[in-house]
Design a protein around this ligand. Structure first.
Ligand code: NAP
Ligand code: 8YV
Length: 313
C-alpha cells in the first residue's frame, strides 16, 4: 500500500476515498521524530492543510515524498523552494472556496458596520427591556472599499460587494484588467478608503504589509477586515490603534499565532473575531476535500495533478 503522512485534520469522506493508502497521522504519534527516523523513507504522499503545512524537519525526514497535497488554497506553511529543488509537487485547492471566503468577508464587514455582536449581546443580557434601544449604527452601503490582493477570492469579494454599491479599489503588485481603481501604494489606498480588506497570500512578501503607517492612513473611521493570514497585519500595532481609537473597527478571521488570540484583542468591543472559518462550511470543505484527494489519486495514477501551486507548474 502506498503511504501517506497526514499532518492535521482530514474529514471522514476524504479518508474513505483514501482507503487504498496506508495513512499515519503525525499528530497521533507518541514520538514523531523517532517514528519518522524509522519510517520516513517510503512515504510518498503528504496530506496537510494551509495552517499546519509541513515543518522543515518533517520534510527532511521524508526522502521519498513525491506529492504534498494541501487541503486549502494558502500554502505559505509549505516550503515550496525546497519542494521544487527536491522535485516534490505541491498542490492546493484554488477556486472551490472563493465564494465561501468572500461571504465570510462580507459577513465580517456587515457585523462591524452594524454592531452585530454587541447588539446581540445587548438583547441576550436583557438590556433592551431594561435600558431601551441601542445607539444607531453605520450603514454598510455605499462605502469606499480597498481590496489588498485582488486575486481569485479578492474578485469574488468585489463581486459580492456590488450588492452594497461599494466603490472598489485595490492594491497588488501588478495592475489587473478590472474596472476598479488601482493603487501601487498601499498606504495611499488606505488613506482613500473606508474599509481595507486583506486577502493576499501570507509568507515573507506580505509579512506585516499592513503596518502602523497603513493603519494610521485607514484611520479612526476605518474598518480593517483580515481574511488572509495573521502575518499580513502587524497585530500589535492594530491592537494599539483599536484600543486608542486610531482605528475604528476590525473584523478578523486570522491571527498571528492561531489559535492564540491576545487577551487585549479579545477584550475590545470594536472587533469581530472568528476562529479561521473563512472556508469552513460543510459544502465548501467537501469540495476542498475532494480536490485534495483527487490530486493524490490522479498523481498515483499517472504522476499528474489537477491543481499544482504556481511554483510547481
Ligand atoms: P490568489 O488568486 O493567488 O490571489 C492573491 C492576490 O494577492 C493576487 O491578486 C496577487 O496579485 C496579490 N499579492 C500577492 N502577493 C502580494 C504582495 N506581496 N503584495 C500585494 N499583493 C500581493 O489567491 P486566492 O486564492 O485569492 O487566496 C488568497 C489568500 O487568501 C490565500 O493565499 C490564503 O492565505 C487566504 N485564504 C484565507 C482563508 C480563510 O479561511 N481565512 C481561506 C482561503 C484563503 P499580484 O501577484 O499582482 O501581487
Ligand atoms: C483553511 C485557508 O482553513 O484555504 C486556506 O488558505 O486558510 C482555509 O481555507 C486552511 O487551509 C486550513 O485547513
Amino acid at each position: 500500500m502506498p503511504k501517506i503522512l497526514q499532518i492535521g485534520g482530514a474529514t471522514d469522506a476524504m479518508l474513505a476515498r483514501l482507503s487504498a493508502f496506508d495513512i499515519t497521522e503525525l499528530y497521533g504519534l507518541a514520538d514523531a521524530p523517532a517514528w519518522l527516523a524509522q519510517n520516513g523513507a517510503g512515504i510518498e504522499y503528504v496530506l496537510t492543510n494551509g495552517h499546519d503545512g509541513i515543518k522543515p524537519d518533517v520534510m527532511a525526514a521524508l526522502p521519498d515524498v513525491k506529492l504534498i497535497s494541501c487541503y486549502g488554497v494558502g500554502y505559505d506553511a509549505i516550503d515550496t523552494t525546497t519542494a521544487v529543488e527536491r522535485g516534490i509537487t505541491v498542490t492546493h485547492t484554488p477556486n472551490v472556496l472563493n465564494d465561501e471566503v468572500a461571504t465570510t468577508t462580507i459577513m465580517l464587514m456587515l457585523a462591524c458596520y452594524r454592531n452585530l455582536i454587541n447588539d446581540d449581546a445587548y438583547v441576550r443580557a436583557g438590556k433592551w427591556e431594561a435600558e431601551g434601544n441601542t445607539p444607531l449604527t453605520r450603514s454598510a452601503d455605499n462605502r469606499r472599499v480597498g481590496i489588498l490582493g485582488l486575486g481569485r477570492i479578492g474578485q469574488a469579494i468585489a463581486d459580492k460587494l456590488a450588492a452594497f454599491n461599494s466603490e472598489i479599489s485595490y492594491h497588488s503588485r501588478n495592475q489587473k484588467d478590472v474596472p476598479y481603481k488601482y493603487y501601487g501604494d498601499l498606504t495611499k489606498m488606505a488613506r482613500d478608503v473606508e474599509v481595507l480588506i486583506c486577502i493576499t497570500p501570507g509568507g515573507p512578501a506580505t509579512d506585516k504589509i499592513v503596518n502602523r503607517e497603513v493603519i494610521e492612513a485607514l484611520g479612526s473611521d476605518g474598518t480593517l477586515i483580515n481574511v488572509s493570514r495573521g502575518s499580513v497585519v502587524d497585530e500589535a500595532e492594530m491592537i494599539a490603534a483599536l484600543s486608542e481609537g486610531r482605528l475604528g473597527w476590525a473584523g478578523l478571521d486570522v491571527f498571528e499565532a492561531e489559535p492564540k488570540v491576545p487577551a487585549e484583542l479579545r477584550a475590545l468591543k470594536n472587533v469581530v473575531l472568528l476562529p479561521h472559518v473563512g472556508s469552513a462550511t460543510v459544502e465548501t470543505r467537501a469540495a476542498m476535500g475532494n480536490l485534495t484527494v483527487d490530486n493524490i489519486l490522479q498523481y498515483q495514477k499517472d504522476a499528474t495533478v489537477i491543481s499544482a501551486v504556481p511554483e510547481c507548474k
